[in-house]
Design a protein around this ligand. Structure first.
Ligand code: GLY
Length: 284
């Protein structure tokens, strides 16, 4: 029996080249991976690490999640997020507004345990009852957002294994630019944009409508079970998505032993991974 080694990998969204934002996004992924890694080094759980990393990305306006989220056709922010552990605890929120950190709200849904997915005003009511303060809708809208959503989607995600071999996945997004109000993408749908199980975890990015049809996160984790590495599983899953939908997407993965991998068919997808005993590695 090989002992698991802790590992974390984050993504900052698959999409078109992000021009002058390119380096800022890579730096944001590095900072978020370090934040999550510190949680693991402090002996906290993979869920804690994933939540901490995604909170950092939600607070960074260079990404399409939390502050800086895309606007829908009504000029409003509606965000989706999900968090899941390898023991199949899951919490997710869809089409929520006025919440600074949707991934934290997803964590509270997971901990509450009655439901897996809460949407819209019901999710915001749950946040209020859980003591999560709301912020004015404008607080999440950045001046450069229109420029940014011409360039890239910028969903964020993280998967990790902690020192005790616990596995977790999380994803957060403002969704696609100019989406119809009420549109929900792959991110909060367990198995589509986010999945964790005994074999490993996956977080997806890209066109939600294609990712949902391929149940891409669960498909990716299932592919680990055939003896593939996370890199091979991610490549195979993205290849299947390309073949069957023609859509654009990316996936980051970790297996139960702490090996990481990723693949995408977009122009770029900033990622950063940290594994035990190694320096952080960043890439597009
Ligand atoms: N992948 C994010 C979305 O389509 O909403």
């Amino acid at each position: 029996m090989v002992n698991p080694r802790p590992a974390i990998i984050v993504h900052g969204g698959a999409g078109r080249g992000s021009g002058e934002w390119r380096e800022a996004r890579l730096a944001g992924c590095l900072a978020a991976a370090r934040t999550g890694w510190k949680a693991i080094e402090d002996g906290r759980t993979a869920l804690d690490a994933v939540e901490a990393a995604i909170r950092a990305l939600e607070d960074d306006p260079h990404f399409n999640a939390g502050t800086g989220s895309s606007l829908n056709q009504a000029g409003e922010v509606e965000m989706d997020a999900a968090l899941m552990s390898g023991t199949l605890e899951a919490g997710a929120v869809a089409a929520v507004s006025g919440i600074r950190n949707p991934i934290h709200l997803a964590r509270r849904v997971l901990e509450d345990g009655r439901h897996v997915l809460l949407a819209g005003p019901g999710a915001c009511d749950f946040a209020r009852r859980a003591g999560i303060p709301s912020v004015p809708a404008e607080a999440l809208i950045t001046r450069t957002q229109h420029e940014r959503w011409r360039q890239s989607h910028g969903t964020v995600g993280c998967v990790a294994v902690d020192r005790d071999g616990r596995i977790a996945a999380g994803t957060s997004t403002g969704g696609t630019p100019r989406k119809l109000p009420g549109r929900v993408g792959d991110t909060p749908l367990i198995g589509c944009g986010t999945y964790a199980g005994a074999a490993g975890a996956a977080s997806c990015t890209g066109l939600g409508e294609a990712i949902i049809k391929m149940v891409l996160a669960k498909t990716s984790v299932d592919l680990l079970g055939s003896g593939r590495s996370p890199k091979e599983a991610a490549q195979k899953a993205v290849g299947l998505l390309s073949e069957h939908t023609g859509g654009q997407a990316g996936v980051i993965m970790v297996d139960r032993l702490g090996a990481v991998g990723y693949a995408h068919n977009a122009e770029e997808m900033p990622v950063c991974h940290i594994t035990a005993g190694n320096q952080p590695i960043t890439a597009f």
